[in-house]
Design a protein around this ligand. Structure first.
Ligand SMILES: Cc1cc2nc3c(=O)[nH]c(=O)nc-3n(C[C@H](O)[C@H](O)[C@H](O)COP(=O)(O)OP(=O)(O)OC[C@H]3O[C@@H](n4cnc5c(N)ncnc54)[C@H](O)[C@@H]3O)c2cc1C
Length: 626
């Protein structure tokens, strides 16, 4: 892709030399979140090729699965750690409970443990430099503005009063209600601007078509649905499908599930989402695969590989106040994780437990792992072995081994919650085949979340746009969003303000098995250097927006990439209720603890949702304490 005013050989091509991307992030400061960078390679990439620029603030050097985390994780996977260390030796510390994973589920497990067993001790171990798991944020400093965007987990959904989630939120001082969002500057007042990063179908949407549609120089159609897709290069038949103008044979339509477990939900679980779209909407397979890149975005895979029930499970399990709608903290569900850490260790974030303060105040990392406190969080610690001491029936403790700063440690606990998800079957050494086999039916697709900071978005606003979708290149959509008022000191959103656009980049390949899609996607995502992604994104934005005065060199203030190797659990048909009378794999893990070890993480619910993370943690800890 070439643009006449730019020369690819020029080091400043499209802003590739901008200092914000090249600032020194190779510090080895041990008191902060800053990780040590090495020249070792993984998937052929050094730490610098892998991590790239990672922003500022608490989450600097903690963007997605970092190079350091991958190096440690792979030494566990490849069993390259000396087996000597896998054999029990004296434990350095003993806890009542050890939780593996400090994502929302692991933090919730510790919260429930603290509530139900206040006199007991609990240690949470996590491999990343900051707690939160997929609920972490990126921070940019652009012209004196601190800009925040989610790395992964994004939206929360106001719970219904009386629900377990409502009580859980309340217990940490969070009311869970609709947030107040910033107002718009006078010139934008007529424009609907979202309060999440997800594009809708309103008049503020632009649809872009490129070479794939015979328009190498690009074609925009604004307000495409308002115009009934007129002017788009979609074939007529595709337009009719996208506009919902086809009437599928009513006799073949599957009914909606009303409750999780009813006959309709079981029937949906037997087929793929793609088959459901064909049956109930009259779409063709080719149309779904070519023109609906988002058909199964909640799972990060193609619609043919996902249970038709998967999309409905969140609402069946966790009905919420739809009048208030989906909500988003500045850093997505990082806002929830920060409430959680505050509830566990009150001085972990100084000041009151309010959304505004928890957003603004920095994490006090020194408070997380002090010897005198009942709940401790130990970061940069990769657990590689969990095993009952002695025979399963008579074991009174579990031995846990982990790698931290190149050193191996062994501790012991009376009980363990495995909240790290997919890696559990590699770590629990005495896990029976039934459980191991169940975990091997959990497939996780990769996802790359790119946060792109812009100095302004006037080039969009002057065309009446704040959202875009496209069908080729990296990502497929974005939405400019209004930030919660508490994060912007009451200022109104203007097109001259710096903003961050969040792009999700999927690696789907319809027609392949989930396992193949996941492996190939992971290889592709993890072996591509930061600079290549950066160049492609800059070129893509220049092609898309250059016609409106956008200049990648001038207007892109920074790019942070978050590589999630195992981002999304993909629930294949049969995941929820099993196939041919065999139990669903998740039920094998949920129905009881394995002696002193219980299992949490959102993936046990089959959906990527922090509400599932919390519910699974509540179940796991309650099982252990019973
Ligand atoms: C791109 C993306 C967007 C999403 N958007 C939303 C959304 O809008 N709303 C929503 O509710 N949910 C969303 N989710 C789902 C998200 O998965 C959950 O919300 C939630 O954050 C998951 O929390 P968890 O604790 O269950 O798992 P995780 O966040 O994965 O936490 C597990 C933690 O355990 C650590 N760990 C694993 N193995 C080990 C080990 N051996 N040793 C030490 N530590 C280990 C992991 O590194 C991680 O830190 C999204 C997910 C992704 C990827």
């Amino acid at each position: 892709m070439k643009h006449p005013p730019y020369d690819e050989r020029d080091p400043s091509y499209l802003g590739m030399d901008q200092s914000i991307h090249r600032e020194d992030h190779l510090s080895t400061d041990s008191t902060s979140t800053v990780a040590t960078k090495t020249a070792d390679t993984i998937y052929g990439l050094t730490a610098e090729d892998w991590d790239g620029f990672s922003g500022v603030g608490d989450y600097r050097n903690a963007n997605g699965n970092t190079h350091a985390v991958m190096m440690d994780g792979h030494s566990v996977r490849d069993e390259s750690i000396d087996p000597f260390f896998r054999t029990p030796k004296d434990a350095e510390e003993t806890y009542d409970c050890v939780v593996v994973g400090a994502g929302i589920s692991g933090l919730a497990a510790a919260q429930v443990f603290k509530q139900q067993a206040p006199d007991k001790t609990c240690l949470i171990l996590d491999n990343h430099p900051v707690f939160g798991g997929e609920a972490r944020r990126n921070e940019f400093d652009v012209d004196g503005h601190r800009l925040i965007a989610p790395q992964g987990s994004a939206m929360f959904f106001p719970p219904l009063p009386g629900s377990s989630l409502f009580d859980f939120y309340q217990s940490m001082g969070f009311d869970g209600k609709e947030l107040d969002y910033q107002a718009l500057s006078s010139e934008l007042e007529a424009m609907p601007v979202a309060n999440t990063t997800y594009a809708g179908t309103g008049e503020n949407l632009g649809m872009f078509f490129g070479a794939k549609f015979g328009h190498p120089e690009g074609l925009w159609v604004t307000d495409p649905y308002g115009k009934k897709l007129e002017g788009t290069p979609f074939p007529l038949e595709v337009k009719r499908q996208l506009l919902g103008q086809l009437q599928p044979p009513v006799a073949e339509m599957l009914p909606r599930a009303k409750t999780f477990g009813d006959e309709a939900s079981r029937a949906l679980d037997r087929i793929s989402m793609e088959d459901l779209l064909i049956r109930n909407h009259g779409y063709t397979r080719d149309m779904i695969r070519t023109y609906m890149p988002d058909a199964a975005s909640g799972a990060g895979s193609s619609a043919d590989a996902i249970s038709a029930l998967a999309d409905y499970v969140p609402d069946l399990l966790f009905p919420y106040d739809t009048k208030q709608g989906s909500q988003m903290f500045p850093g997505g569900n990082t806002g929830i994780a920060r409430f959680q850490i505050k509830a566990l260790i009150p001085d972990s974030i100084p000041g009151p437990a309010t959304s505004a303060n928890l957003f603004r105040s920095p994490i006090n990392f020194n408070s997380l792992d002090r010897p005198d406190q009942p709940i401790r969080v130990r970061l940069k610690s990769t657990v590689y072995s969990v095993q009952h001491e002695g025979s399963l029936e008579h074991a009174t403790a579990v031995s846990i081994a982990y790698l931290e700063g190149g050193k191996l440690h062994r501790i012991r606990a009376r009980s363990v919650v495995m909240a790290g998800g997919w890696s559990t079957w590699r770590i629990v050494q005495d896990l029976p085949d039934s459980h191991r086999g169940a975990y091997q039916q959990f497939f996780r697709m990769p996802c790359l979340v790119a946060n792109i900071a812009l100095t302004n978005w006037r080039f969009l606003a002057k065309n009446g746009l704040s959202e875009a979708v496209w069908f080729e290149g990296l990502g497929n959509s974005f939405a400019v969003r209004r930030m919660p008022s508490f994060s912007v000191n009451g200022t109104r959103l203007s097109p001259d303000d710096p903003i961050v656009l969040t792009l999700k980049i999927y690696f789907t390949e319809p027609g392949l098995s989930l396992q193949e899609q996941a492996t190939r996607g992971r290889m592709k995502m993890l072996s591509t250097p930061f600079s290549e992604y950066e160049r492609t994104l800059r070129e893509q934005f220049q092609l898309m927006f250059g016609r409106w005065g956008f200049d990648a060199k001038r207007d892109i203030a920074g790019i942070i990439l978050n590589r999630w190797g195992h981002a999304y659990l993909c629930a294949q048909p049969g995941f929820f209720f099993g196939t041919d009378g065999t139990p669903a794999p998740r039920e094998i893990l949920r129905r009881a603890p394995f002696y002193r070890i219980a299992f949490a993480n959102s993936d046990l619910s089959g959906i990527m949702d922090h509400r599932a993370s919390i519910a699974e943690a509540q179940r796991a800890v309650t099982q252990l304490l019973a």
